[in-house]
Write a protein that binds this ligand. Structure first.
Ligand code: G3P
Length: 215
């Protein structure tokens, strides 16, 4: 199982705080390849031993663009993957498709977010590496997707089964129990932000989550 940590644009996890948080995590979990930080583009120069993802980039190649993040340049910043269509950075379906295509061309893993089963079906057609099911209304809240939407997670898992696409779940994931339920329902990973970044004890939370991942 994977633990995607979305650093979002919180003060606690951008700029110097991103560096400090990453150092603390690396110190505590030195040889841990299940952790995958998802960084704010502002922190693209941040180095890490983990496989790092960017929260968004554009399906364009480098050139005369202003304020865009050309996907072909991500490799030189050490990125291994890209998150696409997060609820807080929604894209039209056609742009999501283009981003998945671009990510394949540039050897980046794609983690595409979907807010419901219909979207999961549509996005699965594009053949991303992973689909993250995140009900938007639960993001940043106290009730986790695994507790509030177990049936949907199960159905989502059935939808991607046999396609090679891995199911990730997120929204309100806060502890080991949420991780365990997600795993039992077929998720290959969890996508967590506030449960770790805003916690008084991010290392303790990560430790508990990792313990409940099973492998
Ligand atoms: O990308 C992860 C995210 O949207 C979930 O946020 O704060 O509910 O863990 P949070």
């Amino acid at each position: 199982m994977y633990l995607f940590i979305n650093f979002k644009a919180y003060r606690e996890s951008t700029g110097p705080s991103a560096k400090r948080l990453m150092e603390r995590i690396e110190e505590a979990f030195a040889n841990e390849d299940r952790i995958k930080p998802v960084l704010n583009p502002l922190d693209s120069l941040l180095k890490t031993r983990y496989e790092k993802y960017i929260q968004h980039a554009d399906a364009i190649s480098s050139g005369a663009f202003t304020g865009f993040l050309p996907m072909d340049l991500l490799g030189q910043y050490g990125y291994k993957g890209i998150m696409i269509n997060h609820s807080e950075h929604r894209l039209p379906l056609a742009s999501t498709r283009k981003s998945v295509e671009f990510s394949k061309v540039h050897g980046l893993k794609s983690l595409v977010c979907a807010s419901n089963l219909e979207e999961i079906k549509e996005i699965a057609e594009f053949g991303p590496d992973m689909i993250a099911y995140e009900p938007p209304e639960l993001i940043g809240g106290d009730i986790s997707v695994s507790v509030a939407r177990p049936e949907i997670i199960k159905e989502a898992h059935q939808l991607v089964q046999g396609t090679g696409i891995e199911l990730i779940v997120g929204a309100g994931v806060k502890n080991g129990r949420d991780v365990k339920i997600s795993r039992e329902l077929g998720a290959k990973g969890v996508l967590v932000a506030s449960g770790i970044v805003k916690s008084m004890d991010p290392i303790g939370v990560i430790e508990e989550m990792l313990k409940n991942m099973g492998d």
